[in-house]
Design a protein around this ligand. Structure first.
Ligand code: PLP
Length: 416
């Protein structure tokens, strides 16, 4: 999955120098950006690739015979190939471009619902899902008279597998689809998706993975995972907003009906009947976000210049440091203490509202996210209205964690 030219050592200053936004001041203070789970910052190469498309080859893709259209098409399809390699998909046409994980999940739920769901069938998700991996399935279940079932979450923020250690007793003979997050956006928990997929496969259950929070932090190999569909957003992986991917196993994609209709996704249209284009175009109706897709390809090439394991190790060290230091603050509780986590830390503090804390941290130039993080059922499980969440990227530093902890301590004094 990696290119031969991986840089030897992890040098955070060398990485930081590539992110223009990190030179910005917020309220006169150096920006400390800890909201990477919402959207990551973009390296200069990505910004340049996107604007170079508009400045030099702007044209619509796939339809034109003229030079610009050919160049735009080649650049877009080169991005598809880069992503195919990165996630180790067998074929480039298994990589469908979408506007993000939300769109990918809506495509999956609509199309799989049409293909598979009958009255009283079940779709299994988990209690830690983002709304984007809940609501599309609820809609599909409503349309087809199916039921949404939920794998419970433990107090540490891990999936509760039921009575036996590994066997998943939430599966029933009516389960048709398992849709599960690879990594929780609120807790940082890394779910054992490979094991779950293996169990699902034994029962011929179709597996859909929400990889929104995994793609920038873990080595994602869709063939090794064995999943049927895998969704992610480009903008959480150093790429542009408005970009995303739905990977799908060829054989399943061939059977799935289209989600949206329009230009690009057709073969022949008459008023009586339409036949559809081959993969991936059957699922890509309308003009895509060409500039964004080109930027997304560049973001993946940028990530491949580094050792993802070294990036993950750096982010994990930040998580450990933040955990240790934050726990020295009186009345602070971390929500989500799973053994396997990425660099995401959610916490609540007695007598301090997360919104007030977020506002005071912002005044110190520190960007964290506050609220329910689009996981309202999970908030209910933990009995909180929201949390303060810091989520790390490869460009963050130990000093920045120190600044957040000091600013939090100061804010708590002011707010209590
Ligand atoms: C786990 C997870 N799934 C889905 C989404 C939705 O992603 P997007 O808003 O890019 O469509 C997010 C966004 O935060 C997420 O964290």
């Amino acid at each position: 999955m990696k290119t031969a030219a991986v840089k030897p050592a992890f040098d955070v200053e060398e990485i930081r120098a590539q992110f223009p936004i990190l030179k910005e001041l917020v309220h006169g203070k150096p920006l400390v950006y800890f909201d990477n789970a919402a959207t990551s910052q973009k390296p200069r190469r990505v910004i340049k690739a996107e604007s170079a498309y508009y400045a030099t080859i702007n044209a619509n893709v796939h339809r034109g015979v003229h030079t610009l259209s050919t160049k735009a098409t080649e650049a877009q399809e080169a991005a598809r190939e880069t992503i195919r390699k990165h996630i180790n998909a067998k074929h480039a046409h298994e990589v469908i471009f979408t506007s993000g994980t939300t769109a990918s999940m809506n495509l999956a739920a609509f199309s799989l619902g049409q293909l598979l769901l009958k009255k009283s069938d079940e779709v299994l998700i988990s209690g830690m899902e983002h709304h984007a991996n809940i609501v599309p399935w609820q809609l599909a279940c409503e349309r087809h008279g199916a039921k949404l079932k939920v794998i419970p979450v433990t107090d540490s923020g891990e999936l509760a597998f039921g009575s036996s250690d590994h066997l998943i007793d939430q599966f029933t003979d009516r389960t048709r689809i398992l849709a599960i997050s690879h990594v929780s956006n609120t807790l940082g928990t890394i779910n054992p998706v490979k094991e779950l997929i293996a169990e699902a496969k034994k029962r011929s259950i179709i597996t859909v993975v929400d990889g929104a929070q995994a793609i920038a932090h873990l080595d994602v190999d869709v063939q090794d995972l064995g999943c049927d569909l895998y969704a992610f957003s480009g903008h959480k992986a150093y790429g542009p907003t408005g970009t995303g991917v739905l990977y799908g196993r060829e054989e399943l994609l061939e059977r799935m009906p289209p989600w949206q209709g329009g230009g690009e996704m057709i073969d022949v249209v008459t008023f009586e009947k339409t036949t559809y284009a081959k993969l991936p175009f059957k699922f890509e109706a309308g003009t895509p976000h060409i500039a964004g897709i080109i930027g997304l390809g560049e973001a993946f090439r940028w990530m491949e210049d580094y050792d993802k394991a070294a990036m993950a190790k750096h982010e994990h060290a930040l998580l450990e440091h933040a955990t240790k230091e934050l726990l020295t603050i009186d009345g602070l509780r971390i929500i989500g203490t799973a053994k396997e986590r990425v660099g995401v830390i959610s916490f609540v503090i007695d007598g301090v509202h997360h919104y007030d804390l977020g506002t005071l941290l912002d005044q110190q130039g520190i960007a964290v996210r506050t609220g329910h993080h689009c996981t309202q059922p999970l908030m209910e499980h933990f009995g909180v209205s929201g949390t303060t969440r810091a989520s790390f990227a490869c460009f963050n530093t130990r000093e920045e964690v120190g600044a957040m902890v000091a600013a939090t301590r100061k804010a708590v004094k002011m707010l209590r």
